[in-house]
Structures are given as structure tokens and as C-alpha cells.
Ligand binder design. Sequence first.
Ligand code: AMP
Length: 226
Amino acid sequence: MNIILLGAPGSGKGTQAALLSEKFNLQHVSTGELCRKEVSKGTSLGMQLADIMKAGQLIPDALIMDILKQHIVETSKTSSGFIFDGFPRTVNQAKDLDHLLVDLKLSVTHVILINVDKDYIVSRLSARQSCAQCGHVYNDKTNPTKVSGVCDKCGSTKFIHRQDDNEEIILKRLDVYSTLTAPLIPYYQAMGKLHQIDGNTNVETVSMRIENLLNADKLNAKSVLL
Ligand code: AMP
């Protein structure tokens, strides 16, 4: 399976991708995370990326494809499938991804759109934080740590709030999503690959909805073969 998670910033793609990656043994590919890693290295590419990200804009397609390609080609030999989170974000990126996967004798199997209302997104993103040590993402409102202030995964007590998770930049990112990323919805619909999930609820319910959808699809595929 090679899955794309689509949805506005704050729709829960990162959290759901991490869960799916564990349950279905898929390689989680977050282009945002790849960019943040490059920024933390302090390279000149990293500084260029940081300026664009801070402004809530998209990294140019050619640049993000270079970053992604390097990562995918390295990991495709050992991985049993990918879950893409935050990629593609433009129709051009989607076309480039199709070509890249063909070269690797792979294809996109499912595109899952997580629909979340705009009001919910702004309050959700403002409450988002991640563990400074292992990067696990939490949300004070929808997905808190089990023990207040302590990471469930690694026990660290240091947390980071993303620079681009402030109201002004969130609104900018939502605007960019509507203009440049939402056209992916009809693009994948036309290919018959799009599935939609209501994401206006807690992490566990959304996760169960996605899992049910993927399991039902597996059963359908089996019955077609029989
Ligand atoms: P994310 O972690 O997915 O919310 O991404 C954070 C930021 O990284 C975005 O606001 C963009 O500036 C940049 N970014 C991540 N993925 C992409 C992509 N596929 N295309 C262009 N820019 C991206």
C-alpha cells in the first residue's frame, strides 16, 4: 500500500500517518519533517527553507521534489509501502510523484482526505506541541500526554511549539491550501483513488475510520480475485 493523506494544515495528517505507519508497517514520509530536519542542520538550503516555512508559503516544487526523491529512493528498497503526509501539495507535485513511483515500479493505492472545519483547525493548531527529544506530536485539546508535561513515548519533559503554528501564519497556510493544494481533490477523484473521512472528532475515532476503510478495501480486492 502507498497512501497519501490529504487535508488542510491541522487536520491530523501527521498524527494519523504515525498511527497507520505502525499498524500497517508503512514508511511515514512527512516532507514538513524532512524540511525541519534540514533547517535544524543550519545549512544554506535549510536557511532558505526556514524563510519560506516561517511565512507559511510552499517550498518550490522542484526543491521539494529533490528533497523527497533522495529520501524515497534510499528507503524504497527496505520499505513495504509509504504513507505520505503533507505531500503532494500541488498538482505538479502529484504528477512528479506518479512518475517517480512508476520508476520504482510502485503506484499510489489510496488517497485519504481528512475533512476538518476551519474554526476547529485554528484552535487545534494553536494547541499543538511536539516532544523536543523524539518529535512525537501532542495537542493540549485533542491528544494530550497521559501524564501532564511528560512525553508518553520517551519521557522527555521538553516540548516545542512550531513557529508557523500562530494564528496569522495558520490563516496564511489555510489560504495556500485552498488555492494550491485543494485542486488535488478533483485530481485524485478523477483517478478513482479518493476516500473522504470526517476528521472533526478525536484521534482514535478518525484512526478507526481510516483503518475500517483500508480493511474494507483489502476485502473488496480479495473478493475480486476469488
Ligand atoms: P507541514 O509539517 O506538512 O505542515 O509543513 C510545514 C511547512 O513545510 C509548510 O507550510 C511548507 O512551507 C513546507 N512544506 C512541507 N511539505 C511541502 C510540500 N509538499 N510542498 C511545499 N512545501 C512543503
